[in-house]
Design a protein around this ligand. Structure first.
Ligand code: OOG
Ligand code: NI
Length: 461
């Protein structure tokens, strides 16, 4: 039974995401400008499109929109990853999906920690894209050993945060005072440290192996490297960034502009160059590091494996063609995606996206005869008795993530690695299996169908 002394994990997550957003706003003031921009764009979009407002109100999404954020962290060791899993469990976050970024020249693999139930997602869908450095991809053996050695010396968790995570496990929850202390301690893990733990020579060596390796290895902890508010119109947000002279990334990642958004579209402002102090034992040297930025996302419909395969295929076509083409990437992308239906009924009938089904107002007054028990869902939709709303995509996209990484690491050297997914090794480091994102969406869709069937039965009897 639920213990009333405890605050819910949803509540702890909301306190945490608020604390993180406040901390990052102080650390990176431009992030606050981004929040203002997104709030303005969202208000204008809702005003200009009353149907969207009505739809978001009906689905309850309007309430989660303002506090909605995702963040990203990069970890160095298996111990750090399994520790983070325990800390995030207190916030009601579970690992979902496996992302191999080595294919895109970034030596990490990753998962997304996020809530998994409909109810928790509705309260606050805060997520953290969490990468683990793959030291085995560093070719230089001596440098690899050195990086491992430096990482082995740091401890990113305070005794207190671990003790509170133990207490959460033992009691099955935390009371409000413990929750507040936990949030303070957990937020601290992701704070920025402007003092590197290494000399500038070591930093430069790691930087030349890959800029990301320096970012992970040379600091006291895994600083949050961006936080991302959700917009209702990313094209407007992109234009507005340029107008407000925020140094925007050149193009939006993900699918093109559509009437019915799918998956995820993202843009960002370029990472700041920040002063860092390096310690060479005898003296302190000031240098610079680029890693932290701000991002904006627009979320659309979650796709089935079939829809996702079509997305991947069309994206690849646009990207390959873009290399030698005279037309812009945006134009190529738009052309490629004319093959992806932009009509909800077509998406549904072709099994490309996930939907949440419910009875319409019309069904309330309808007599039992309207449901003869044999009617299938399409017939019920046709008759206006059942409606199908797209389920929101709650995850990330590996190609987009790679684009975000690349545009924010500074420098433009492209590395390539022997591409190799290593999901089993990742799960071993994590100490758990990652949830399958498709299974989660499918279950959400099925629950809605079961509920419709149950309600229909109560009408017919
Ligand atoms: C993570 C990049 C991935 C996204 O939104 O796709 C990401 C990173 O830069 O560490 O956050
Ligand atoms: Ni991101």
């Amino acid at each position: 039974m639920e213990n009333l002394r405890f605050v819910s994990t949803d509540e702890i997550r909301t306190r945490f995401s608020t604390a993180m957003s406040n901390m990052y706003g102080q650390e990176v003031p431009l992030y606050r400008d981004l929040l203002d921009l997104v709030a303005d764009v969202n208000a204008q979009t809702l005003q200009a499109t009353p149907q969207l407002q009505t739809r978001l109100q009906a689905s309850g999404e309007i309430e989660r929109l303002n506090p909605e954020r995702h963040g990203a962290i990069r970890l160095g060791t298996a111990q750090e990853l399994s520790g983070i899993r325990r800390v995030f469990a207190v916030l009601g976050l579970e690992p979902v999906g496996y992302y191999d970024l080595s294919v895109a020249g970034v030596p990490v693999h990753a998962t997304a920690f996020r809530p998994v139930t409909d109810a928790s997602l509705a309260v606050n869908p805060f997520r953290v894209f969490t990468s683990l450095l793959r030291l085995e991809l560093i070719e230089d053996e001596a440098l690899r050993a050195k990086a491992a050695d430096i990482l082995a010396q740091r401890s990113i968790f305070s005794d207190r945060v671990l003790a509170l995570a133990d207490k959460f496990d033992a009691q099955g929850g935390l009371d409000s005072t413990d929750a507040d202390e936990f949030v303070r301690e957990a937020t601290d893990i992701f704070r920025w440290h402007s003092e590197a733990t290494v000399s500038i020579e070591t930093y430069n060596q790691l930087l030349s192996a890959h800029r990301l390796i320096a970012d992970v290895v040379c600091f006291k902890g895994p600083h949050i490297n961006h936080l991302t508010p959700r917009t209702l119109d990313i094209d407007a947000a992109q234009t507005e960034m340029v107008r407000r002279r925020i140094p925007a990334k050149e193009s939006i990642e993900g699918p093109p502009t559509r009437r019915h958004p799918i998956l995820l579209r993202q843009t960002s402002f370029k990472a700041l160059e920040e002063n860092v102090t390096f310690d060479s034992g005898t003296e302190k040297v000031v240098g610079a590091h680029t890693a932290r930025f701000g991002e904006i996302e627009q979320r659309g419909q979650a796709l089935t494996p079939k829809g996702r395969a079509l997305y991947d295929q069309l994206l690849l076509r646009a990207r390959e063609a873009a290399e030698q083409a005279s037309v812009s990437y945006t134009e190529r992308l738009a052309r490629a995606f004319t093959e992806f239906p932009d009509d909800l009924a077509m998406i549904r009938k072709n099994g490309l996206g996930y939907f949440r089904y419910s009875l319409t107002d019309k069904s309330v007054g309808a007599s039992g005869d309207a449901f003869d028990g044999t009617a299938d869902i399409e017939a019920l939709i046709e008759a206006g008795l059942v409606q199908a709303e797209p389920i929101v995509y709650e995850d990330f996209l590996p190609v987009s993530a790679a684009g975000i990484f690349q545009s924010n690491l500074g420098g433009d050297d492209q590395k390539s690695y022997q591409a190799s997914a290593a999901k089993a090794a990742f799960e071993q480091a994590l100490g758990a299996k990652v949830n399958d994102e498709f299974a989660l969406y499918e279950a959400a869709e099925q629950r809605s169908l079961d509920e419709v069937a149950r309600q229909l039965q109560s009408v017919t009897v």
